[in-house]
Design a protein around this ligand. Structure first.
Ligand code: SF4
Ligand code: SF4
Length: 93
């Protein structure tokens, strides 16, 4: 089974507030040209918006693996689990 097929089996209860936040956007902009969070996230939560010069965080798709928090060289991601009852469910695979 392909990764995309497995991800399709996940179910989400999306919270209205993000459980992921960038502590200092200037660090992403000026000190982190490689932006490894974008490449490590298996579901594409992070996207660099060139025109706006900022990192977009699509927290709704997060599968709560924690990889972005570990890979960020500046500890620049405020990471927590979604509030109780929200987030991803792996019931189907
Ligand atoms: S890895 Fe960290 S510092 Fe770099 S772009 Fe991502 S959140 Fe910003
Ligand atoms: S915890 Fe995992 S799925 Fe969620 S944003 Fe970070 S890398 Fe992506």
């Amino acid at each position: 089974m392909r990764l995309e097929d497995k991800l399709f089996l996940n179910r989400y209860r999306v919270d209205s507030e993000s459980h992921l936040a960038i502590k200092d956007p200037d660090t992403c902009r000026g000190r982190c040209p490689d932006r490894p969070c974008i490449y490590v996230c298996p579901v594409g939560v992070y996207e660099w918006l060139e025109k706006e010069g900022r990192l977009a965080v699509g927290y709704e798709a997060c599968v709560e693996c924690g990889a972005c928090r570990i890979i960020c060289p500046f500890d620049n991601i405020a990471w927590r689990y979604p509030r109780g009852g929200y987030g991803v469910s792996y019931k189907y695979g």
